[in-house]
Design a protein. Structure first.
Length: 346
């Protein structure tokens, strides 16, 4: 091989190596970057992932301003740089979040408990696993959509209450208290009979309103804040303190001192303190001008500005203010006007 051929071979090898290195460098440093006006399969994949983790978005493969706003929402909820651009960090977080979780059912598990644990809904789990009933068994494998939408409890359509069985409780009385049917409670707790025992914790599932929908008073919109005997109804009565004929603007429920009081529906606490005549009082704003009032309490367990969910314990019963014994005065206000609570309780 002469000198000229050797130099040509060296040059060819050098060029080939350089090209390979450049290609390898380009692949290793490739970064995804999708923004407004981009379109194609990459955009469609991102839209599909966003839809899978719970966002309302079309999967048309066009990165428009709606897609940008949804991407920004995702970035805000996941502590990412908020610019509406899908870069490596946003894409990697979205991809990881959209991966399904593989869960093996343990003894004592219920669909409602699992849904609550993974911040999803029973319906989502059923659809992902082709489940038609409510019964699951230890050893079953469930695939759970990793719904990382965020946004807090107020955006969820389903909520659960944990009820501890007390002496004298029966499934029928518990169902009436929370406005659900007996079979729903049995399904949620994998019960094969109506037998329950004192101290047992029961999951009480029910559907709540969407935070985006309007709140309207209707029959059964509230759960009972506690169980007890009604000592005074809404309407005209002889006042037990001064003996005068007065209009009673709520419902008095007699219970022992310290009985737990629950929020009748989800909302935001606007008052937690002393009100003349009512004593220690909680007021919850449910939106659209609807409020509930809980008076004469011995202690208050929530503060102003706090968001509460249906069934959350907010106070303990007492006899503060103008009162003749331990009870709860439960009131419902429609744009500051008192209305009969009995019309809206189950």
């Amino acid at each position: 091989m002469n000198f000229k051929k050797r130099n040509y071979l060296k040059l060819s090898i050098t060029i080939s190596i350089t090209i390979l290195l450049l290609i390898g460098f380009s692949i290793s440093t490739y970064a995804i970057s999708l923004e407004v006006d981009d379109r194609g399969e990459d955009v469609k994949e991102v839209q599909t992932l966003l839809k899978k983790v719970g966002y309302d978005i079309s999967t048309d493969g066009i990165f428009g301003y709606r897609t940008k706003e949804v991407v920004k929402d995702f970035q805000v909820n996941n502590n990412l740089k908020v610019d509406g651009i899908v870069g490596d960090n946003t894409y990697d977080s979205l991809k990881k979040m959209a991966e399904d979780i593989k869960y093996v059912v343990n003894k004592g598990d219920t669909l409602y408990g699992i849904a609550n644990r993974f911040d999803t809904t029973v319906q989502d789990i059923k659809e992902s696993n082709n489940i038609t009933g409510d019964i699951i068994r230890p050893g079953d494998t469930l695939f759970i959509s990793n719904n990382g939408r965020g946004g807090g409890d107020e955006d969820r359509l389903y909520s659960n209450i944990i009820h501890e069985v007390q002496r004298g409780d029966a499934l029928l009385s518990i169902a009436k208290k929370y406005g659900v049917d007996v079979q729903t409670i049995k399904n949620a707790n994998n019960l094969n009979s109506n037998k329950i025992i004192i101290g047992q914790n029961l999951v009480i599932p029910f559907q709540e309103r969407d935070s985006k929908s309007k709140f309207s008073l209707r029959e059964g919109v509230f759960i009972w804040p506690l169980q007890g005997s009604i000592s005074s109804y809404y309407g005209w009565r002889t006042d037990p303190v001064n003996g005068r004929n007065d209009f009673h603007q709520g419902l008095d429920i007699s219970v022992p001192l310290g009985t737990e009081i629950r929020a009748a529906s989800s909302g935001k606490v606007t008052k937690s303190g002393w009100i003349s005549g009512f004593g220690k009082t909680i007021v919850i704003d449910h939106g659209e001008g609807i409020e509930t009032l809980y008076a004469h309490n011995s202690s208050l367990l929530v503060s102003v500005g706090q968001k509460v969910s249906t069934g959350q314990i907010i106070a303990r019963a007492g006899s503060t203010g103008k009162s003749t014994g331990s009870h709860l005065h439960f009131g419902v206000l429609d744009n500051d006007d008192p209305v009969d609570p009995m019309q809206y309780l189950p």
